[in-house]
Design a protein around this ligand. Structure first.
Ligand SMILES: Cc1cc2nc3c(=O)[nH]c(=O)nc-3n(C[C@H](O)[C@H](O)[C@H](O)COP(=O)(O)OP(=O)(O)OC[C@H]3O[C@@H](n4cnc5c(N)ncnc54)[C@H](O)[C@@H]3O)c2cc1C
Length: 399
């Protein structure tokens, strides 16, 4: 009898892979091993509408009926503890062994946390799961002063949501600029101004951050700032990929599980998708909603048909902070120049390479230009910096 497909992880990549397998006609068993008790759900609202209070419940990936129609066998809340490649089976935390014909690893990532005194403190939070979001939302109810450690995307979204709840927010960032790894300094400066306009106190280049206690409240100080007490602290200093299963199974791992353009790992019966996968095109894992969905779809198609089209996409992610929708297309690259365009809806920053082709576009409240830029990037169209910067020049004329 066929063992079918086992998917490890019950997140976004797992959900889209399961759906694609069924839509592609896969009629054998699909088992999902998930350590969270919930149906597939969206994580982006957790730091935005769930915290700001406008989305009180879990945002499902699929309706209840649509998910039931996938006819999945769930093993939850349970962890996959080991992949036994020679026997083609997965060992679960309850001791059960699940055999597989093909295996998909979609274990995602977890927040990076400082150790020591930062651990097991009820007033210190991180945000990854629905449970984390509920705990943080409850904390907001008795919070007058919040410290956010880390000025990356998640930290800034939490800061914005806290301000929308009337909470005083202080952000501590060790780097000299916000979101330094993913955007140009000019964009970092605009993010800084945005948060300052909304009353956030930001300490950039703050040096080492120390935690102490003052009358049961956490106290945060740094090399360059005096220690001060907060009601709650959120740590948003990046993520760790959940790579342990793949490493223990001896799969090739480097900046994520190494996969080909069809999501296949170094073992042809095992695939990987989402945050945990390192894409050959970019050489690292891109933790974005679009990648988790689209690369998982391409991987599931390849699990059904080895001739399926390889995954190809441009890196794209978004963030919502206050009333600004920020979209980022492409990756920052060394060399080249940044051209800013000031326009009524919100600014655009174009990063042009030495060949005048677009490497990255960051847009505040302008999804239309992102759509257009996808075409320029795909066709490697050279662009004119003066035209891009001129608000009277219509970008649509470059269609
Ligand atoms: C708060 C938040 C806000 C975000 N906002 C944005 C945004 O605005 N824009 C954007 O582009 N991206 C955003 N992202 C990123 C995006 O949500 C992720 O890239 C995406 O969820 C990754 O999907 P995944 O399936 O790879 O991993 P996950 O969604 O993390 O799912 C992996 C699942 O596997 C489980 N798991 C791990 N190990 C095991 C095991 N051994 N056994 C069983 N289960 C296991 C995990 O607990 C988890 O449930 C955000 C992420 C977070 C956390």
């Amino acid at each position: 009898m066929s063992s079918g497909i086992v998917i490890i992880g019950g997140g976004q990549a797992a959900g889209w892979a399961a759906k694609t397998l069924r839509e592609g006609g896969y009629d054998r068993p699909i088992s999902v091993v998930a350590d969270e008790p919930w149906d597939f759900y969206e994580r982006p609202p957790l730091s935005k509408s769930v915290l700001s209070g406008s989305a009180p419940s879990l945002t499902r990936l699929f309706s209840e009926e649509a998910q039931a129609a996938l006819d999945l066998t769930w093993y939850r809340p349970l962890r996959a503890e080991q992949i036994m490649r020679s026997q083609q089976c997965v060992m679960l935390s309850n001791g059960q062994r699940l055999p597989y014909d093909q295996l998909l690893i979609a274990t995602g990532s977890r927040p990076r946390l400082p150790g020591g005194a930062w651990q097991h403190q009820p007033r210190i939070h991180a945000l990854r799961s629905w449970d984390d979001a509920l705990a943080l939302r409850a904390a907001f109810a008795d919070c007058r002063r919040l410290a956010v450690v880390g000025g990356g995307w998640i930290g800034l979204e939490i800061a914005a949501s806290a301000r929308q709840n009337g909470i005083a927010v202080t952000v501590f960032e060790r780097q000299p600029a916000l979101c330094q790894r993913s955007v140009d300094p000019a964009v970092s400066a605009a993010l800084l101004a945005l948060h300052q306009q909304h009353g956030v106190e930001l300490h950039l280049d703050c040096g080492d951050i120390q935690l102490s206690q003052q009358q049961a409240l956490p106290q945060i100080g740094s090399t360059h700032t005096a220690a001060q007490p907060f009601d709650h602290v959120v740590v948003g200093i990046g993520i760790e990929l959940n790579l342990e299963l793949a490493q223990q199974a001896g799969l090739a791992v480097s900046n994520g599980i190494v996969v080909d353009e069809q999501g296949r790992t170094s073992d042809p019966a095992i695939f990987a998708a989402g945050d945990v996968a390192c894409h050959p095109q970019w050489g690292f894992s891109l933790q974005s909603w679009a990648f988790a969905q689209n690369q998982a779809i391409a991987t599931a198609q390849a699990m059904l048909d080895s001739q399926a089209a390889p995954y190809q996409d441009l890196p794209w992610l978004w963030s919502d902070q206050y009333d600004v929708n920020i979209q980022i297309l492409g990756l920052p690259a060394a060399g080249g120049t940044t051209v800013m365009r000031t326009q009524p809806g919100g600014p655009l920053w174009f990063r042009l390479g030495e060949d005048r082709c677009l490497q990255q576009l960051v847009a505040f409240n302008d999804a239309r230009s992102i759509k257009l830029a996808k075409r320029w990037m795909a066709s490697r169209r050279p662009l004119d910096a003066a035209q891009l910067a001129d608000p009277h020049f219509s970008l649509m004329s470059l269609r």
